[in-house]
Design a protein around this ligand. Structure first.
Ligand code: PMP
Length: 362
């Protein structure tokens, strides 16, 4: 096997090597069918068993919550930004949004187009370098739902806990931290995530929702954009992204082998702790971007004294095989995305590099 990069990409991102090797082993002839899973009908028993298995594994990782259904959709989390208001906002209602950063803002703007949007809380005055305090969140009286972004991938902030939205359904964009830690899914009416960070390759979007929210949808929106269409057809209304779903199933197996959500959470906390300690212990050579209480354990954002120093850092890092350390183009700086599949050892190699760089360049 050729040397694998130290991959800190924000998404698509690192996948577990074990999963890639397993997929490689069964790539050409899947379960003795004489073909790869990509080549078979999505209406056949082999594919359907994988499809159903992936749904079951997901629910099982969340402790098999009562009354929830998994949907496999397409169009990324960005399509969910539009589907959510189209499906849930009735006349006279709005969607209430917690404005925590760049992705929350994108979700909010879609709701403005497709129903009506309200700001339930915002940290824009802090340039989104902290998440809005839980206590400051106030949904509108006519809110169809309250929308939160559990992890802001670009700014590197994350909610440690979630608001209690009372009788208003809570909806979570968990694109960049789904399956990274345990939480009570029963608080949520619906969560969603593009797969390409913690779940598998791009191409499939996972929605986990209370059945009562998705069993019926407005009939005046396009059929393909109704949750009910996918709910009623077990996400097989049209051709699903079968290979991506197969990979998600393999990643879910792997998470099970890591000790489930508790197992990955403890590893993720160790990884983030090591990286933040290195940043905080650098006498200001590296500076964390997000405020202490809002720091993400998935996307660690940091800066150096100057953009020039950051450029030098990225260049030197790339030479050593570190990929993806440049911050998002909208905010600059540096970012290490350390999703589930990034091993602790790779963080160790990164912090050794960071310390060495500081000592030799600083
Ligand atoms: N929400 C968050 C939190 C994200 O990180 C991303 C992608 N980086 C998106 C939404 C958009 O996802 P997609 O590219 O799957 O549409």
């Amino acid at each position: 096997l050729s040397k694998r990069a130290y991959n800190f990409n924000a998404g698509p991102a690192a996948l577990p090597l074990e999963v890639l090797e397993r997929a490689q082993a069964e790539f050409v002839d899947f379960r003795e069918s004489g073909m790869s899973i990509m080549e078979m009908s999505h209406r056949g028993v082999i594919y359907e068993s994988v499809h159903n298995e992936a749904q079951e594994r997901l629910l099982s990782l969340f402790g098999n919550p009562e009354g929830y259904k998994v949907l496999f959709l397409q169009g990324g989390a960005s399509t969910q930004f539009a589907m959510i208001p189209m499906n849930f906002i009735s006349a006279g209602q709005v969607g209430s949004y917690v404005m925590s950063g760049s992705w929350a803002d994108k979700a909010y703007k879609e709701a403005k187009l497709a129903g009506g949007a309200h700001v339930a809380a915002s940290s824009e005055d802090k340039s989104f370098l902290a998440i809005p305090d839980l206590k400051s969140i106030q949904a509108a009286d006519n809110a169809a739902y309250l929308h939160v972004t559990s992890n802001e991938t670009i700014e590197g902030t994350q909610y440690a806990e979630f608001p209690d939205s009372g009788s208003i359904p809570l909806i979570g964009d968990m694109s960049s931290d789904i399956l990274s830690r345990s939480f009570d899914i029963n608080k949520f009416g619906l969560i969603y995530a593009g797969a390409q960070k913690n779940l598998g390759p791009s191409g499939v979007t996972v929605v986990i929702a209370k059945e009562e929210m998705i069993a019926e949808s407005p009939s005046n929106i396009p059929t393909i954009l109704r949750y009910s269409t996918h709910y009623n057809n077990n996400s097989l209304y049209n051709t699903p992204p079968s290979y991506s779903i197969y990979m998600v199933n393999e990643v879910l197996k792997w998470i099970g082998e890591q000790g489930g959500l508790a197992g990955v959470e403890s590893k993720n906390r160790d990884k983030a702790g090591l990286l933040y300690n290195t940043i905080d212990g650098s006498d200001g050579y590296y500076r964390g971007v997000a405020e202490q209480g809002s720091r993400s354990i998935m996307n660690v954002t940091f800066r150096m004294q100057s953009e020039d120093a950051e450029k030098q850092f990225v260049k030197a890092a790339e030479k050593e095989g570190f990929i993806g350390l440049k911050g998002h183009r909208s905010v600059g700086g540096l970012r290490a995305s350390i999703y589930n599949a990034v091993p602790y050892e790779n963080i160790k190699v990164l912090v050794d590099f960071m310390n060495h760089f500081r000592q030799t360049q600083g």
